[in-house]
Design a protein around this ligand. Structure first.
Ligand code: 5RP
Length: 281
């Protein structure tokens, strides 16, 4: 992991340590913020129902304030990565037209451990989203709250190492404390050029679970500190089994095949439990 937190003050270091576990320098962030532009997307129609069973397996939860307030028990000790950017929808004119949607005061009230915002490098709204990132970092620095920059990729952009390393580096240069991006060929180049920790999004649900596990494994092997994964976990037929398998890769250095075997065993356990419950009914 990059030793990018050397110059941080105590509060900032403490919060980063809640997101990236100090024991191994890794993280499993569960992303459930998709509704902010996708609405009630498949698997996340009733957010509380999706989130609750997965919460104890997540190191942190990436979420908007609306879903946090309505759908997560405030007794939770899972650190919150609060998405504070938005303003466009999947059916609107341009998804990249995002601004800051949540004040720092509200983020503090919500006890956010980290703030998250998307940047759209090379889009029409590049300048607006990059200056919003800088502003958010200024606010975060005042209160010791780290910022996760999400390198969102518009339809017209290619998710290759050239583009993603440009976007990640710009995010880090503007002060992001952690950067979320996509896995790509030559991913090491992306990590190498980014002086702050990098996590990967899972992206759209892949048809085979092993492919999502391979993606996570390759990203970790090539320098990512963890995942910020959503759809490949909660759109799976067995979300708990899937998050356990992802955890094995991130925290136990399992390879994709070992993680897949964990997934199969967990699926089998779940099936047996359902059989027992049905027979009692
Ligand atoms: C949406 C996001 C999501 O949190 C991110 O894409 C991770 O989720 P997934 O693994 O489903 O891609 O930032 O803009």
């Amino acid at each position: 992991m990059n030793d990018s937190n050397q110059n941080m003050d105590w509060g900032m270091k403490n919060r980063v340590s809640k997101i990236i576990r100090p024991e191994d320098g890794r993280c499993v962030m569960l992303a459930v913020d998709h509704g902010y532009f996708l609405g009630p997307t498949e698997g996340l129609e009733v957010p509380g129902r999706t989130i609750q069973p997965l919460l104890s397996y997540a190191d942190s939860l990436m979420i908007t304030r609306g879903v946090l307030r309505t759908s997560v028990n405030p007794n939770t000790d899972v650190p919150i990565v609060l998405r504070v950017s938005g303003g466009s929808s999947i059916i609107g004119e341009d998804l990249s037209n995002e601004s800051i949607t949540t004040s720092i005061e509200d983020a503090i009230k919500l006890n956010a451990t980290c703030l998250a915002l998307s940047i759209f490098v090379a889009s029409k709204y590049e300048h607006q989203t990059l200056t919003a990132l800088s502003k958010l970092v200024d606010e975060g620095e005042k209160y010791g709250i780290p910022v996760l920059a999400v390198t969102a990729v518009g339809k017209e952009m290619t998710r290759d190492a050239r583009y993603l390393s440009l976007a990640c580096r710009i995010a880090a240069e503007l002060g992001a404390h952690v950067v979320k991006t996509y896995y790509c060929e030559n991913f090491e180049r992306v990590v190498e050029g980014c002086p702050v920790p990098v996590v990967i999004a899972g992206g759209k649900k892949l048809s085979k679970e092993i492919d999502a596990l391979e993606l996570a494994y390759n990203a970790i092997e090539q320098g990512a500190v963890g995942v910020d994964m959503g759809r490949n976990i909660w759109q799976s037929d067995h979300p708990i089994a899937m998050i356990k398998a992802v955890r094995a890769i991130v925290h136990n250095n399992s390879d994709a095949e070992e993680a897949y075997n964990i997934l199969l065993k967990e699926k089998e356990k779940e099936t047996q439990q359902h059989r027992i419950i049905k027979s009692v009914d």
